[in-house]
Design a protein around this ligand. Sequence first.
Ligand SMILES: NC(=O)N[C@@H](CC(=O)O)C(=O)O
Ligand SMILES: [Zn+2]
Ligand SMILES: [Zn+2]
Length: 350
Amino acid sequence: MTTSNTPTLTITRPDDWHLHLRDNDALVRTVYDTARYFGRAIIMPNLRPPVTTTEMAQAYYQRILGAKPQGSVFEPLMTLYLTDNTSADEIIRAKESGIVQGVKLYPAGATTNSDAGVTNLQHCRDALEAMQKVGMPLLVHGEVTDSDIDVFDREKVFIERILSPLLRQFPELKVVFEHITTENAVQFVNASHDKVAATITPHHLLLNRNDMLVGGIRPHHYCLPVLKRNTHQQALIRAATSGHRKFFLGTDSAPHAQHTKETSCGCAGIYSAHAAIELYAEVFESVGALDKLEAFASFNGADFYGLPRNQDSITLTKQSWQVPESYPFAESALVPMRAGEHIHWKVIAD
Ligand SMILES: NC(=O)N[C@@H](CC(=O)O)C(=O)O
Ligand SMILES: [Zn+2]
Ligand SMILES: [Zn+2]
């Protein structure tokens, strides 16, 4: 990494370890934005129907490649959607395919398109054992869904009731605690063994629940896990900017058409792929930790997954630009993070 008196920053090409590309007509937008400077991305499987088999992952992989801009070297890393019925054989097939890098746990009903998710992890013992054996990481949406648990407490309770027992039962299983949002999760990951890591989104670093609820309700800041109070935000910033190898970049960029967010019962998800690395750069700069951005964005994730680090680089410069109010998105429109406002870093060369 190089920094100089001119406000530019060159880092090894980053990867996105948690991304929703959606499918079909949406891919033109989403693949374009991410492929602009990310080398690879872990592609979430919560389509309708979900990507539950290696065969489905292979077909989805081809659709993504078909949407790639010419000359792009972007590589999608596929995942399977864990269900109560995922077999050990399916895990072996996934591993042997060479294109599947993780298996995603959505507690049933926890988030967008999670109805087919897991009702009880004990139903997944065979799959989890196979994953542990072949070194296939489990990626978790870490929230309980019990109706009596407050939405702001669901991550913390997930750690106590689900994640801790899971790690005791499968001590060799690689686990990525996705899109962590609380100080509790930071502490848990720090205290766990080396096979446990976490992704952190740009929105949980840049926003807290006041940004969603003060001065009017802002549906474009609604995501899951829901934004938390500022003390949690500060704990996430400390973790991300620490350089610690357990924490890495995962945008959770999750597009929803404008009319499905600006409505009486809006969808959860924030779109950040149009400006992800620039948004992270703002966070790191705000705490004087730009020198730690490369580890978070370009090294820690690849090292955890056991994949080679990218060899080429991208350069950012400190230059303000205005984000469009919306982008065309399939038959509709998409309101991105910071819509109509300015971002203070820009990728200038890749
Ligand atoms: N994060 C979100 O708010 N939404 C994601 C699902 C998820 O990652 O939980 C989506 O697919 O829309
Ligand atoms: Zn999730
Ligand atoms: Zn997600």
